[in-house]
Design a protein around this ligand. Sequence first.
Ligand SMILES: [Zn+2]
Length: 60
Amino acid sequence: MKNVKPEEILIEKELHICPQCGYGDGFHTSFVRLTKEKCKVILICPNCHSRYDPNWEVDV
Ligand SMILES: [Zn+2]
């Protein structure tokens, strides 16, 4: 797996179109563990596989 830092992305009115390739049906989600309690949510474009970091953290 490539260790490329996901591009930061801001959600304005809505987010379902990939800024990279224009794919418009939304994103896959994946999770990266930060600590024992926290994960970060990464969005992945199903079409061009660009990765985006919306800066979401979840407690798990
Ligand atoms: Zn894309």
